[in-house]
Design a protein around this ligand. Structure first.
Ligand code: G3P
Ligand code: MG
Length: 253
């Protein structure tokens, strides 16, 4: 791979620091900065009026208490919802941010990002176009362009067709024997893997291709250390504060 990415400390705040603030809100990304974490991960999909918004579930229920689908409402409505009280009443002012809002904050905080695209079925083309337009318009001069990932190969193919320079991460929940061909075709620089399907041999095979290997979701120090000892480059974690206390990888505590 021509581009290399580095992780020091080797922790990516998953949906922001999502055990200390409501996931995928500006408050959760600010927490990462406060803890000295340099990378955040978050999820993006489209509102009904094709605004790229940062939220994990296709439904609004869990994180706003409103019964409905993200993709059925325009952003002018989505931004009225309280995206923080479900986590703690002290976060009642948090809103579902747009991708532009989040990128503007990351520019200010000098944080790097893994942007995970979760397109609603049938909206893949618009989602990729809108997300790439927002990245191109807002991403600042921080050291590294965003790493863009998805579980969907078709979405990643659309990203690559849109831009030869994008940094792509292939997300793998179940092991695929053809992962290397998929990554070669996409020119992916990272493989983001469910830690439950990793073992030392699989880690070795991925690292032999010079790609970054990122494992999700790791909230236990012992597990993080085991994965680092196998060669995993960084872990997505809801609890970076806990990992910082006890992980042994160089660059940590
Ligand atoms: O990118 C790692 C992780 O975020 C993938 O799973 O469901 O938390 O988006 P999920
Ligand atoms: Mg995600």
């Amino acid at each position: 791979m021509s581009r290399r990415i580095t992780f020091d400390p080797p922790i990516i705040a998953h949906r922001g620091v999502s055990r200390m603030a409501p996931e995928n809100t500006l408050a959760a990304f600010r927490k990462a900065k406060e803890l000295g974490i340099h990378w955040v991960e978050f999820d993006v999909m489209l509102s009904s009026d094709d605004i790229a918004v940062v939220i994990h579930d296709e439904t609004l229920d869990r994180t706003t208490g409103f019964n409905g689908n993200v993709g059925d409402f325009p952003y002018r409505f989505l931004k009225t919802l309280d995206a923080g009280s479900w986590f703690d009443p002290s976060f009642s002012k948090e809103r579902i941010p747009t991708l532009a809002d989040v990128i503007n904050l990351l520019n200010e905080l000098k944080l790097s990002a893994n942007i995970e695209i979760k397109a609603q079925p049938g909206k893949e083309d618009q989602t990729v176009k809108r997300v790439m337009d927002v990245i191109e318009a807002h991403w600042g001069n921080i050291s590294m362009p965003p790493l863009i990932s998805s579980f969907s190969i078709s979405i990643l193919e659309k990203i690559r067709a849109h831009s030869a320079r994008s940094l792509i991460g292939f997300l793998m929940h179940e092991w695929r024997k053809d992962w290397e061909d998929v990554c070669d075709d996409l020119q992916a620089i990272a493989v983001d893997v469910n830690h439950k399907i990793l073992d030392p041999e699989k880690v070795k095979s991925i690292k032999a291709t010079q790609r970054a290997l990122l494992a999700y979701t790791v909230n236990d120090v012992g597990l993080a250390n085991k994965l680092y000892s196998w060669g995993v480059d960084a872990v997505f974690s809801d609890t970076p504060n806990e990992l910082l206390k006890g992980a042994i990888k160089p660059g940590l505590g």
